[in-house]
Design a protein around this ligand. Structure first.
Ligand code: GN1
Ligand code: MG
Length: 364
């Protein structure tokens, strides 16, 4: 929940800023942390202040040391050659990467990227291509970072086996008596549960490598400039060892969707093939040079798996009583799960076409 501006400004005062924070505007996106734009006067914010959700990120020290390591690694590269702008952690007055207030809340501050915008949904293939290139470049630039030194900020984050186990336990307990109204969704999950292990199985058998991945490649985690060029990738909370397919799939889920993640009118939910082509083209332009064959071969189906996984997490949270994601109304998580599952169905219908697009792009 967002806090009142007076309190936020006094928290902001604990960070080493070049200009004094004068006003604050809450940022509406994001389901986990609370974010605020901090203005030193004038029309543009200069900083982004965030309260870290400590119930979700238990090891804040580990989390912030991951982020500092990744940002330092990126800054050593020639980011401007890729059109990218560095993100920086602003230290608190004691030189720490985060500040803890008297109530035990954890806060951190970043520089605001001037002239940047983000989108929850995109409709322009040029933006989708740029988004694909940006996430591909992120994987490329972190490919020489030793992932072994990174903390797993949320253990088993994209592990479908663990997620299914938690789901089944929650169905069994049914703490809110919500199983009866979600029988159709529960069946949807169980009908597909087995096939959804394929990324995990590819990893376990060593066919795809563990890389440093972002793990939350929502399209609104890319900052664009007014001309539609990607400037910066943000929300590095879940950067940790993972599979490239997780990042590709999760980006397709939001970056090529015709409707919002919580669209109630399911007839509007679909994957836009023009955006899928464009995203994939941009992604492969950067990632072609490091992906192994099994990764490329599974790009198309990874979109379905990640959309399923996120839908499963929304449904589990609904069944468990909505303790994880921020919700705006009682059935919000159910609405989200339904829309994600509809998107999975649409991807199933279009899977051959998606595979064909990847095949064409990867053989150029
Ligand atoms: C959460 O906080 P936000 O909105 O960037 C979640 C992601 C989900 C996403 C679904 C740490 O991301 O894994 O894909 O919601 N982040 C965490 O919209 O759980
Ligand atoms: Mg996030």
């Amino acid at each position: 929940m967002h806090q009142d501006p007076e309190n936020i400004l006094s928290v902001a005062d604990n960070f080493v800023t070049s200009t004094k924070p004068l006003s604050v505007v809450p940022v509406k996106t994001g389901h986990i942390n609370d974010s605020y734009f901090i203005y030193p006067g004038g029309n543009d914010p200069a900083f982004v202040l965030q309260r870290i959700n400590h119930a979700v990120f238990r090891d804040v020290d580990g989390l912030m040391s991951n982020i500092s390591r990744v940002l330092k690694h990126l800054e050593q590269k020639d980011l401007s050659a890729y059109g990218l702008v560095p993100l920086r952690v602003i230290p608190d007055r004691n030189g720490h990467a985060y500040y803890q207030d008297a109530e035990g809340n954890y806060w951190r501050m970043y520089n605001y990227i001037p002239g940047s915008v983000s989108y929850d949904l995109i409709s322009d293939p040029t933006l989708a291509r740029e988004a694909g290139k940006a996430f591909g470049t992120f994987q490329l630039l972190t490919s020489d970072l030793n992932g072994a030194g990174l903390v797993e900020t949320i253990p088993d984050f994209h592990n479908i086996s663990t997620r299914l186990k938690t789901f089944r336990e929650t169905v069994e307990r049914d703490p809110e008596q919500r199983v009866a109204e979600t029988e159709e969704e529960i069946r949807f999950v169980e009908d597909r549960a087995k096939e959804m292990h394929s990324i995990l199985n590819l990893g376990a058998s060593g066919k795809i490598p563990v890389r440093v991945t972002h793990n939350d490649t929502k399209i609104n985690n890319i900052l664009f400039n007014a001309e539609g060029k990607a400037l910066c990738i943000v929300d590095l909370d879940t950067v940790m060892p993972g599979y490239s397919l997780y990042d590709f799939g999760d980006a397709i889920r939001t970056g090529t969707s015709a409707a919002a993640e919580d669209e109630e009118d399911l007839s509007k939910v679909d994957i836009r093939m023009d955006l899928f082509s464009a995203y994939s083209e941009g992604y492969l332009s950067a990632a072609r040079q490091f992906l192994v064959r099994e990764e490329t071969d599974n790009l198309a189906c990874s979109a379905r798996f990640m959309t399923f996984l996120i839908g499963l997490r929304f449904l589990t949270d609904y069944l468990g009583g909505d303790h994880y994601y921020r919700i705006r109304f009682k059935t919000h998580n159910l609405v989200r799960a339904r829309s994600q599952f509809r998107l999975v169905s649409r991807m199933e219908e279009r899977s051959k076409q998606m595979e064909k697009i990847i095949l064409q792009l990867s053989s150029v």
